[in-house]
Design a protein around this ligand. Structure first.
Ligand SMILES: [Zn+2]
Length: 120
């Protein structure tokens, strides 16, 4: 049997790994590669194309979903950066002994924690 080279074969070992990891195989399949879609942690994705799948009724909805995804990614990045800054500020705080400087750092940490709370 000759297989077409341009058609990507579904990675069966990957799919079984997903099932073992607690993912569910859905009845629907990916519109691009026809491999069954998987669902894990409320996220639907194609294991073959390695991207998220979302259900949308119309173009506007697709746009909204895409915006939500990119906002989610930006938020995730911001969270990582801010968490790094808190570590940095905490280290700086340990070396300070002037009340004014300590206060300044504490205010910054407080602000960062406030932002983290808002976005999580
Ligand atoms: Zn796919």
């Amino acid at each position: 049997m000759v297989q077409k080279k341009e058609q990507k074969e579904p990675d069966l070992s990957k799919m079984s790994q997903l099932l073992l990891a607690g993912a569910t195989m859905l009845g629907e399949s990916c519109p691009d590669c026809t491999v069954p879609l998987f669902k894990k942690n409320d996220e639907i994705f194609c294991p073959n194309c390695e991207r998220k799948a979302v259900y949308a009724k119309n173009k506007d909805e697709i746009k909204t979903i895409e915006q939500k995804i990119s906002l989610g990614e930006a938020t995730h990045q911001l969270k990582e950066v801010l968490t790094g800054k808190i570590t940095l500020l905490t280290n700086k705080l340990a070396s300070l002994d002037t009340p004014g400087e300590i206060n300044e750092i504490l205010e910054l940490i407080e602000r960062i924690l406030g932002i983290l709370e808002k976005i999580s």
